[in-house]
Design a binder for this molecule. Structure first.
Ligand SMILES: *Cc1c(COP(=O)(O)O)cnc(C)c1O
Length: 461
């Protein structure tokens, strides 16, 4: 399998090169040249597979430059860190299925991809005798999952900037309680945007980037999308064990990474009926699907902060397919977005979109209400992101179908919001309680680029 860029500016590269490149060097996103088809018979033969064995079946179709035994070992090690034997179990409550993606070490679905990516990086770097220094900004979830993905790994250092006091308490502790020598937490007296701007500046300095082998772990890495394709297969197999009804997935969406993985599964032949794209008040993608209105608004802070996004970075991958792999049309649409703040679509394109996707936007009051209602009806606690997806599924998808809602975080990770909704504190899992007693390491700094750069240079010597 070779990988190409959505912008059409690179010649095809191998899987390992795609992992190390991250963002394509022409500014586009990397995609496989084709999606390997999975037949009905193959799918049936996977029914009894463990999560890790299924992951190998799916992932190996995209990887031809890592020996099978090595890939298997990378996958097995990545999913052995999950606390549930099924890795991503499916439970049924109140007429919907909940796909629990939060049994990884940081209690959010990003662990599924970042445990694998961390192991992949280490493997490829060792083989190439290279080192990598990851720098990233986080509002909470990505940073903690990335830190846990690479802690203690050879050849890798990680520097994560987060806005001091502006993440949830659990998110901050999940980062600062990692005291491995290769992990550097920087709490910035400022906003997430301040953090992100400084990271962009550092990457913009090409000589600096080259000299220190800078890399990123944001959601544009193809390997992250690929790892997430697996749980669509896993959940589909579980719900069709029980029922032959059509299967829909409801996905709380921010950067379009998670739902794009569902689209890839569908392209491979997994019989998914509709992908329901659930948004909070930041609803540009809902306006796009329902009203062909892809026009930029302002980012609004909500109770589901990991979905507070206007420009979804992975959306470019989908647009490339929607435009029949036409990079020229894709680039024109980004010019339109830059100049007019919007992208226009033809009626044909919109009918194509609606074959695969439907969408609903759920506001803050509805989200808090859904956490309360669902708990009252079932005794099951939803985190605010998951609640957005569940509410959308209950409103939009036929009750006689199999409605699979992706549970993207554990409620204890956003206990402040859950408490606000229920009026009492959610039970705290042992792994979270333990965080409070651990030693922490974190550098507190002003939002000053020189200070951040000096710290980075000093640490790397
Ligand atoms: C990152 C995240 C999302 C959004 O996922 P995307 O892949 O960015 O669409 C949803 N919920 C939680 C809890 C997250 O951490």
């Amino acid at each position: 399998m070779r990988y190409i860029s959505t912008r059409g500016g690179i010649s095809p590269i191998s899987f390992k090169d795609a992992v190390m490149m991250g963002l394509a060097s022409d500014g586009g996103l990397l995609l496989p040249q084709s999606y390997p088809a999975v037949t009905k018979e193959q799918l049936e033969s996977w029914r009894k597979f463990s999560y890790a064995d299924l992951a190998f079946e799916v992932i190996s179709r995209y990887v031809d430059d890592i020996p099978a035994a090595d890939l298997k070992s990378l996958i097995n090690r990545s999913y052995a860190t999950f606390t549930h034997p099924e890795v991503t179990p499916v439970v049924r409550h109140d007429g919907v299925y909940i796909l629990e993606l939060f049994h990884g070490v940081t209690l959010a679905f990003k662990d599924v991809a970042l445990q694998f990516l961390g192991n992949l990086f280490e493997y490829i770097l060792a083989e190439r005798d290279q080192t990598l220094n990851i720098i990233g900004a986080t509002s909470g979830d990505t940073g903690s999952a990335a830190i846990h993905g690479v802690r203690g790994k050879k050849g890798i250092s990680i520097f994560i900037l987060h806005p001091h006091g502006k993440t949830s308490a659990v998110q901050a502790l999940q980062m600062t309680s990692v005291t491995d020598a290769n992990v550097h937490n920087i709490a910035i007296r400022g906003t997430f945007d301040d953090c992100q701007d400084m990271v962009k500046e550092l990457f913009g300095d090409l000589a600096f980037k080259e000299k220190y082998s800078l890399g990123a772990v944001n959601s544009i890495n193809w390997a992250r999308v690929l790892a997430q394709v697996v749980y669509y297969f896993y959940a589909w197999l579980r719900v069709t064990d029980e029922s032959a009804a059509p299967v829909h997935f409801s996905v709380p969406t921010g950067n379009f990474g998670d739902i794009f993985a569902g689209y890839v599964a569908k392209r491979m032949g997994l019989p998914i009926d509709k992908l329901l794209l659930a948004t909070n008040e930041n609803n540009i993608l809902t306006r796009f699907i329902n009203a062909a209105d892809y026009s930029l608004g302002k980012v609004v802070a909500t109770a589901s902060p990991s979905m507070d996004i206007q420009i979804a970075s992975n959306f470019e991958r989908y647009l490339f397919h929607l435009f029949d792999e036409n990079s020229v049309r894709l680039k024109e649409s980004f010019t339109e977005l830059k100049e007019q703040g919007r992208i226009s679509f033809t009626p044909d394109e919109m009918s194509q979109v609606r074959k695969d996707f439907c969408s609903s936007s759920v506001n803050q009051a509805e989200t808090l209400q859904e956490i309360r209602d669902f708990y009252t009806d079932t005794g099951y606690l939803l985190d605010p992101h998951t609640a957005v997806g569940v509410k959308a599924a209950l409103d939009m998808l036929p009750p006689d179908s199999s409605r699979v809602c992706l549970a993207t975080a554990h409620p204890a990770k956003f206990s402040e919001t859950v408490e606000q909704s229920l009026g009492f504190q959610a039970p705290v899992p042992e792994s979270v309680k333990e965080l409070y007693g651990k030693p922490t390491r974190c550098e507190l700094m002003d939002a000053n680029l020189d200070k951040v750069r000096n710290f980075f240079v000093a640490q790397l010597g």
